[in-house]
Design a binder for this molecule. Sequence first.
Ligand SMILES: Cc1cc2nc3c(=O)[nH]c(=O)nc-3n(C[C@H](O)[C@H](O)[C@H](O)COP(=O)(O)OP(=O)(O)OC[C@H]3O[C@@H](n4cnc5c(N)ncnc54)[C@H](O)[C@@H]3O)c2cc1C
Length: 322
Amino acid sequence: MVTALVSGAARLRSVPGLAVREHEPLARHTRFSIGGPARIYAEASTPDALRQALAAAAQSGLAVNVIGGGSNLIVSDSGFDGLVLRYTASRIHQPEPGLLQAEAGADLQALVDRSIDLGLANLHTMTGIPGTVGGAVYGNAGAYGHSVSETLASATFLDAGTIRTFDNAACQFTYRESIFKRRKDWIILCATFRLPSGDAAALRATADGILTTRNQKYPPEMKCAGSIFKNLILAELPATVQTRVPPSVIREGKVPSAWFLEQVGAKGLRRGAIEVASYHANLLYNTGTGSSEDLRALITELKQRVFNDFSLVLEEEVQYVG
Ligand SMILES: Cc1cc2nc3c(=O)[nH]c(=O)nc-3n(C[C@H](O)[C@H](O)[C@H](O)COP(=O)(O)OP(=O)(O)OC[C@H]3O[C@@H](n4cnc5c(N)ncnc54)[C@H](O)[C@@H]3O)c2cc1C
């Protein structure tokens, strides 16, 4: 393994367009500010650099983990003993009226802002969702009634050195899911969105309102990943559970995980420096120098409490590394 890492690092350093660092603390790259070192960390600025980085990793037998903005990641305290790869290309452009294309490393907010400036609707409700376009496509991100799946026309990705493009149907989007979650070896390069016209001033006003609300719930300096667990689809819950859910908490056919967590006393629970927000039972945050170990232990405890009371297994929306 040590030889593989040494030869891997040397191979990676020779790839043009690839910035390579060793023993890079991943806490620097996660919104939780948690995570031990990546043995090798590399940022690829072009598809070709990405392709060559993957080839070098494969030749050296290195495990690879792709990250975006780190806003939905829980990285182990011991880090990742392989290559952590980030694609940084971030161009956003309009190939034709009604279409907007963004490279995967672009900030989602930059795409949202551009769409509003161009008077294009339906990305505007995603204002304030942290992270990159690649991460948003991977997890079918969404908020306030719209998600990536509604507007994405196509996604282009790297599959074993070959660039391929999928239309919306082929991406197999469902709630916070896409085919890319099941094919972690595919790396999203860019995404094209088909957007209806809207009034730029009205879209901006709606987006500003959403951002104000979001900043109260998730202060920009809060070390967290947004919601830890996915919400639950009412129709998929056992009848015994459905009857316990008050209709007032159901939104768009879903029951917030926060409701279940609240019933089992999650709010304000603490493990080390990790705390469940007092106002939102599905929001865990790092109050300072929290560890991944404590974070995972608290998540396990919350899942156990909900299981004991409702016989339900909550599913994490966050993604684990290491
Ligand atoms: C304060 C806060 C609020 C949030 N609110 C919301 C919300 O309202 N709605 C919502 O949906 N999410 C929300 N999130 C979660 C998070 O913002 C999204 O999941 C976001 O889309 C993750 O993007 P990222 O670039 O940070 O991905 P990362 O966290 O870096 O990675 C997440 C996953 O995406 C994969 N990935 C990233 N880039 C690529 C790529 N190019 N190719 C293939 N796979 C890739 C990674 O392998 C990883 O498994 C919130 C998070 C925070 C911190």
